[in-house]
Every structure is written in structure tokens, then in C-alpha cells.
Design a protein around this ligand. Sequence first.
Ligand SMILES: Nc1ncnc2c1ncn2[C@@H]1O[C@H](COP(=O)(O)OP(=O)(O)OP(=O)(O)O)[C@@H](O)[C@H]1O
Length: 641
Amino acid sequence: MVEGGLNKIEEKDEFQQIMELIREGNNFLLSGGAGSGKTYSLVQVIKKVIEEFPTTKVACMTYTNSAVKEIEERVNHQNLNVTTIHDFLWDNIKNYQNELKKVLIELINEDGVDKIKLINDQKVEPTFFDEIEEIKYSYQGVQLPQGIISHDELLIVANRMFKNHKLLCDIIKDKFKFIFIDEYQDTHKEVVEIFLEHLNKSDKHNIVGFFGDAMQSIYDDRIGNLDDYLKIKVVTEVKKIQNRRNPKLVYELANKLRTDGIQQTHSNDENAPNMISKDEVKLGEIKFIYSENEDLEKVKEYLGWDFNDFKETKELNLTHNLNAIKGQFTNLMSIYNNDKILEYKNLIVSNLKSNNKIVISEDDTFGQVIEKVNLPMSRPIKEFIEINSILFEEAKKYKFILFRRIYLKSDILTDDKKQDEEEENKKGSKRDHLLKHLFKIQNNIKYYKDGKYLEFLKETDYKEYLKNNKLVFNIEQKHILKKNIHELVNVGDKTIEDIIDEAHSKGICLKTYNLLKFQTEKEYAYNRIKKIKFSEFQNVYNYLEGLTPYSTQHKVKGDEFNNVLVILDNGRWPNYNFKYLFENNGNPNVLERTQKIFYVCCTRAKENLAVYYQNPSSKVINKAIEWFGKENVISIEDFVK
Ligand SMILES: Nc1ncnc2c1ncn2[C@@H]1O[C@H](COP(=O)(O)OP(=O)(O)OP(=O)(O)O)[C@@H](O)[C@H]1O
């Protein structure tokens, strides 16, 4: 009887199986290899649920704001609420300020919650936040004493809020009968715990659905898989086996790379992008190209792809640093990523957190704190300071209470989540106020250059500028605006500071309060950044807007392109090692991480895939022959000959 029932389920396609689980009131997990059409299924399920349960609301959480936008556009229904996970959690707890304050105090005072700690691990009274009007959420560094929590803290706080408060669980279950989570494998453990454990406190009923692929879990501190929950049958798994994106050679290679045994086949759906007809799948191309020396240009020549067609042709490097060299923004990258004075400051800050004997006063400069803490410098820090002695002298003069809050990290520079102004202001944006301002200037320039005059008029502050100067927007002003933007567009060798000043004085992009705040509170960082040429910032802009052929291997998850070139260079990142991957050895964590990122990269290709390895061992070449086939393993030196 049971067997018969199971067979019946297996005959149904994944969509039908999920709908059946939903109707029976079960949580589900749709897992499937790359290109199996999980996003497509997610949209299909949302549409069906909205149709079948028209009086209920559906919450759908996904990773990036661009994914949010895509799903919203594809479904476009008032009963659907699509957000990032962080925004969803914050929206659902932010109105319970008293409880938020209590939970924060509980966490500050609790041992073992390292992420939520005050300086010197100071413990606090229950009244600690009484003076603060409201707890806020912002990406810009933790400022716990002011009641501001950031990205990572939010997850811990939200988790505790739901754990402590059954009422909150009741409210959310009442509000959303369906909660769907896309790319579940990259979700933090705290989030899964909320939905699969804490919500059970409430007797109300709702359904949680997860979509994703354990093989594509490429971030370390995330849940990775739902095996523990599947075992106790809190969630039922539905597998998607067919591949709709990749040509045959690519998905056959992907089958060899998977470590969990899932083997994909193509669908018989003639509308799928990888099908020529109902019965014939595209073959595609795969190549493993190697050389003894750095020969990337020759590799590209050999491939003959049009890398200017950056929408369909991508070169995937492991790190933003590698892309910064190719995309020519190394100066900005090194300020955001490699300021050893700030690194030293961070070490001092964490030292202070664990050492309550040193007393810091409000007037202390960074220089005075250095003397009080007397923390030895590592060699790279010493060397950096030797080369940048003037910068170090400047840094030492800043008040420590402000200087300690300066936070530069490559993530801030390379965050591509925000694409339009409305999104810019959303919580969760990693960009600092200076970068936001620079993006606004460059949007103006780009709209004008691309002939998008309506967008330009919407973006520019010119009307506000005229109002401030008691002028009206007449024909004469239109001419002046045209002249102004025309001049601004030619950035030449002007610095970031020159362009900020010029855009302001010409009324194109007025300096905001937030910019001024950055300039004064983060003067040290601003003084460094302002000297860089604006054209270098434009390179960053183009890179982040996808207007270059370069991308990181992590960033392309979920995307697809006709031609994909994967560069197998570890970029001095010890977490990854492509040699281990091909030789199947080395540190198991590094190996697993590399296997996953390589799987993600290879499965982006809709037509042609090439990987480039410099200086491989014979063991690496043998593995390449096994995976790619002898005829597809090519020495670029042979090609040149
Ligand atoms: N039923 C379908 N009919 C036609 N095309 C489909 C169908 N399902 C998916 N596709 C197409 O197949 C491709 C892969 O789908 P999708 O991006 O949803 O896969 P995915 O499982 O999310 O992949 P990944 O895990 O690699 O991100 C897309 O181009 C999508 O539009």
C-alpha cells in the first residue's frame, strides 16, 4: 500500500510532487543540480499557491536584490512579498523595540555570543538601552552602545527574538501561510533554526519550502544542507534531475564533478535553452587549456570568443583582487582591502575587548591608545607603516573614538547589490556613503552618455540646485545643464575629489549630509580615497554593473552565459586550491570548497566552457584528460607552435 503510494509520487514531476506536499501541509525541499530550473520551479510554485490559496500571503526570500527584482517581475502579485532574508527578518522584528532591547542586553551579557559584545566585554544593566529611542539596523559597522546592529548581529538577534517570543511566531505564521527560501544552502544556520524550529512554538500552521543545491553551497559559515532536518522528517525532499541549461558535454562533466552522486540528464522539453529539438540536446564545447607561462592572452586568442560581448562571455577569477588588476582598479582596491594601519587598529580594538585593565578615555588619540595597548606589530604591518609613514603619523592624530569606527573592507567596494536609487537606501547595503555618492555621480554621467535623458533628469539634483538658488528650470537653464553635464562627462585625469566638487558646483549631484558625515567622521579614509583618479572609480562601476567581462567565481552563482572561461588561479587565497581539486588530495575542507566553486563555475556555460590552468603537474593533466577527454586538453604552447 505504502509502496504503491510512493510509486505514484515518483511518476509525478517535481512541481506536482511539491504541490502535493503543500496540500498535505508538509514543509519541503526542492533540491536539484545546477541548471535544473529551480528558480523556474520556485516561480511556478509561487504562482500556483497564489492561485489555489488566494486569501493567503506568500513570503519569498532570496539572496540578492537582483534576484528579488527578478522574482517580483516574474510573479508581480500583491499577495507576494519578496525580500532578502535580512530585510524580512528585520521587518518582522523591528516594531518590537522593548523586546529587541531586552534580547540585545541578554546577548551582550551572555558568554559565548562573541559577535555581540561591548568593548572590554563589558556587561550591562537591564536599563542600558533606556535612553536610546530605537534599536536600528545598518550595515556600517557595529555600534552596539548606540543600539545599532549590523548584518551578522541581526541574524543572532532575530533568532533569539523568535526563540523567546511565541507571540512573534504566531504573528509571522498568521501573516504568511507560505515561506519560501531560495538558495537555501547559503542560508545561515540561525535562519533555518527560526523557520524549522522556533516557529514550531506556535500551534498555527504554515508551510516552509526550500529551494537549492547542496553542491553549490560556497560560503563556509552557512547551513550547507538540510540533512539533519530531513532525517527527522521535518522537511520532505523532492529531487530535480533534469538539466535545462547546459549542453551535453558540460552537464556530463558536471556529473563527474558532483560528489553526492546526483547524475543529471537533459529534459525532453524542447523549450529548454539547451535543447535543439524535443529529442536532441546541444553538444557544446569543453576545453582544458594549460601553459607553462602566463599566457592568458594567447588562450583568449585560441578561443576566439568576443570578450567585448560581456553579457554573454565571462572570464571568472577567484578573487576581486585578481579582477581589480584586470579591471584596473588596484589603487581603490588596496585602500579598501589592504590598509594595514586599519588592520592594526582592528587588532587593538579586539585586544581591548578582551582586556579590561586598559582604560581608554574619550579624548585619547589613536597614537595615545597605541602607547597604552602596546600591541606588537606583525611584519606586514610594520612594512606597510615604514612605506606609509606620513599616513601613519596622520592616523595617530585622530581621536580614537572616531578612528576605531573606520571600517574599510573589499566587500564594501565590491558590493554590487544596489542598482537603483530606491535600493541604494535599503538596509543591508554594504556601500559606504562616499561610494553611494560616487555611484550617483557616475549614474548621471552614464545616463547622459547613453542618451537616456529622462533617467538623467530624474537622477540629477539640478532642479533642487535651482530651487536652492531661487532659479527656475527654463530654456536657458536647460542649456546650462547641458553644458555642465557635457563638461563633467570628460573626467580625464581628475581626482575623485575634483569630480565631487565639480558635480556639486555644477548642480548635477549635490553633496549630501551623509557625504559630509563621511568626510568628517572618516576623514582618514576620505583623504586616501579622494586622491584617486575618478576614472579608476569608473572602472569599479563598470565592473560592478557587469559592464566588463570579468567576474568572480562566487558572484556568478545563479547566472548563465554562452561562453565561460574559468581561471584556475588560487590568487593567494589559502581557502581554495585547484591543484588539490585535480590531484584529489590536500586539506579536505579546502578540497571540498574548491570542488564546489569549480562545479558552480563550469555549470554557468550555456554553449562553451574553457578552463585555464598555468603550470599543471602531470597528475593534474591526467585528471583533466579523465574529466574533459584527451581531445579537449590543450597545451597553449602547442597551439602557438
Ligand atoms: N520548464 C522550463 N522550460 C523552459 N526553460 C526552462 C524551464 N525551466 C528552466 N528553464 C530555463 O533553464 C535555465 C536554467 O534554469 P534556472 O536558472 O532556474 O536553474 P537553477 O536550477 O536555478 O540553476 P542554478 O542552480 O545553476 O542556479 C534557465 O535558462 C531557465 O530559464
